[in-house]
Design a protein around this ligand. Structure first.
Ligand SMILES: [Zn+2]
Length: 94
C-alpha cells in the first residue's frame, strides 16, 4: 500500500517551441527537459492526448506551432501566479 503512494504522478502536457515538441511531464513544468528553454503548459488533459492517434497528435503539434492557436491551447500564466485561486477554481469543477 505504501509503495503505491507517490508512484502516481499527474501528467501535464507542455509544448516547447524551439524543439517543436509536445512533452508529457509530471507536474507543472516551466522548462523543457530537452533544451532547457521555456515551455508552455497546455490545457489539453493528458488522457485526451494519449487517446489521439498519430495523425491527430501531429495535427495538434502544428496547432501549437501557430502563435495565435497556442494562446488558445495554453493555460494562462496568471494561473501559475495565483495557484491558490486556481486550485479553488479546480475544486469547484470537480
Ligand atoms: Zn525544448
Amino acid at each position: 500500500m505504501l509503495l503505491e503512494k507517490g508512484i502516481f504522478f499527474m501528467m501535464y502536457m507542455h509544448y516547447c517551441k524551439p524543439c517543436h515538441r509536445v512533452h508529457m511531464l509530471n507536474g507543472h513544468k516551466m522548462t523543457c527537459p530537452k533544451c532547457g528553454g521555456a515551455i508552455i503548459e497546455l490545457r489539453i488533459p493528458y488522457m485526451d492526448y494519449v487517446c489521439m492517434d498519430m495523425a491527430q497528435r501531429s495535427a495538434f503539434k502544428e496547432q501549437c506551432a501557430d502563435k495565435e492557436q497556442l494562446k488558445e491551447l495554453s493555460t494562462t500564466y496568471r494561473m501559475y501566479k495565483y495557484s491558490k485561486w486556481y486550485k479553488e477554481l479546480n475544486n469547484q469543477h470537480c
